[in-house]
Write a protein that binds this ligand. Sequence first.
Ligand code: A2P
Length: 274
Amino acid sequence: MNPYFELNDGNRIPAIGFGTWPMDDDEAHEAVRLALHAGYRLIDTAARYGNERGVGLGIADAGVAREDVVLTTKLRGQDQGFDATLRAFDESLGKLGTDYVDLYLIHWPLPRVDKYVDSWKAMLRLKEEGRIRSVGVSNFLPEHVERLRRATGVLPAVNQVELHPDFQQGALRQAMAALGIVVECWSPLGRGEVLENPVLETIARKHGRSVAQVILRWHLQLGLVAIPKSQNPERIRQNLALGDFALDDGDMAAIAALDAGRRLGGDPATYEEF
Ligand code: A2P
């Protein structure tokens, strides 16, 4: 079971995808092949991860039709700007061994650098050319998204952000929902750090599921896309097996109460990586 959510541009995205950070090329090659065999159809990478070649090989080896895979990659900081974005996109395609990506994201806004609007304009051109199916952003605050809209009239289809039970992003979720932007969650398992929470363990026992499955089911029921990363075949399968149980209102409220407002990654207002 892996339902799809509708995007604001008419395309669709699976609710559960496969994250590949911090795998190298060889690890990503094997893990992506396993993930596609297990039934994942959304694969997430980034130029910055340095594993696009491995991801491309994993897709080629899996024997799954390219058109059935929602392949995502991201523009790194050093490639922001109109012309640089066009060049970086070509480089990513070459490494991935494909002639289009389904979802291309600006990896971080880098507000101090102030080139994300130019990068966005280049992405809109690539979309017109049919080489990007959906354009999106990552780690954008509502004010950054608003600026894209003012400058181009086009909203992202997706905003990929850090979101897990320790860092639930209520205000951002509300702002994106009001704009019709799907929120995609990186580190949905809090990089493994929330897996030993006793509240989650109790809910998991009640349903006869793992804590990871409870967390991913929580994302799903909130209408959020989640992209758990695993290199373990059993856990890769487990993270997709969310279909035959449901969290009740009490479970959802208990998880909501765990929000600690604690992020593991950078603050988009100030974080810079190139
Ligand atoms: P592994 O690759 O050994 O499975 P996130 O996606 O939030 O960044 O979390 C990734 C971390 O969580 C990795 O360390 C991964 O380790 C671990 N992980 C992924 N799925 C599960 C699972 N079902 N149960 C326990 N740990 C998991």
